[in-house]
Write a protein that binds this ligand. Sequence first.
Ligand code: SAH
Length: 362
Amino acid sequence: MPSLVDLDPPGLRDELSAAGFPPSHATHILRRFYARQGTLDTWPEQIGPRIARWLREQEPAPATKLHTRHESADGTVKLLLSLNDGKSIETVLMPAHRPGRAAGCVSSQVGCAMGCTFCASTRNGLDRNLRPGEIVEQFLHLQREAAAMDRRLTSLVFMGMGEPMHNLDNVIAAIHRIADPAMGGLGWRQITVSTVGIVPGIDALADADLNVHLALSLHAADDETRSRIVPVNNRYPVADVMAAARRFADRTHRIPTIEYCLLAGVNDSPLHARRLAELMAGFRAHVNLIPYNTIAGADYRAPEERATMQFLQCLRDANIIVHVRETRGDPINAACGQLRNLNSLELHAPVLVPSPGIPGEG
Ligand code: SAH
């Protein structure tokens, strides 16, 4: 039998029937499984000890194992997870300002093929897509981490490694497990899918009717600048991705987020800000400015504080809702764009100091 993270209610119903158990328990079992952060420890009486034992016997070993856990002073926790084929991915938990809450950031691929010049995740190219279960397990790791700090995971963003639109079927399958009301992990609206701007993917996500949020990594409002830092702009230029974001907003009634990584001397001038303001005119979306987080081997600099403030003010003057994203997790390379896959886990060992894992984790 597949792992519970790979089953939806109909799938589990089939498995239960085949094993001679009442299929009607399926939804209840899955809801319970997610409510208990993916553990099979305690089961309510009505499910019965026989099913519980059977489930425990059937459940295969997890698809992800906690390899290293790193915590930065601001409370951000980065988990390096090893996959069954020896690859590794990173997933990040950020405590929210509101007490009792935390936000999670998951990867959708091992590596990334997009080649954005300022992002570490793309350095070794794309290795492979993550399977739905590998994405769901990241969510469960984050839930457990959140619980360990007395917080609840209340939002999940696909802003880790990879381009979610290039693995959209598996991302959607994972979102169904994480946010399907029948299973009750998170709500649809607590999930954000971030894309570099793959137009057919944005439309497909709208078609999927999931009610999730969209974030678009724009980074420049003109094609010349954008093509220089986001190579996929040659395929899907600014006008096309913005049109897709507008279609998404019209169809889903969700307000998209436009992400803009500020790179000193590249896209942070007042002229760039004015171009962005013009592009955003009449479009109900939020702009998120992300001052560049340093990555090894790239020749960029974070903008001066003054440039960031000027950029912000220019957009505010044009009545655009805009925020500057606070950098989290920088000392442990867990900030935006710093996540990367490592060909060998050993490579990582001297850099990251293992700290006590979560109870129950190996
Ligand atoms: N491929 C998707 C998901 C990754 S999200 C996408 O492009 O949206 C990661 C976000 O962090 C993106 O907005 C990305 O452009 C941004 N980012 C990448 N490298 C960064 C860096 N060095 N500093 C700040 N933000 C960065």
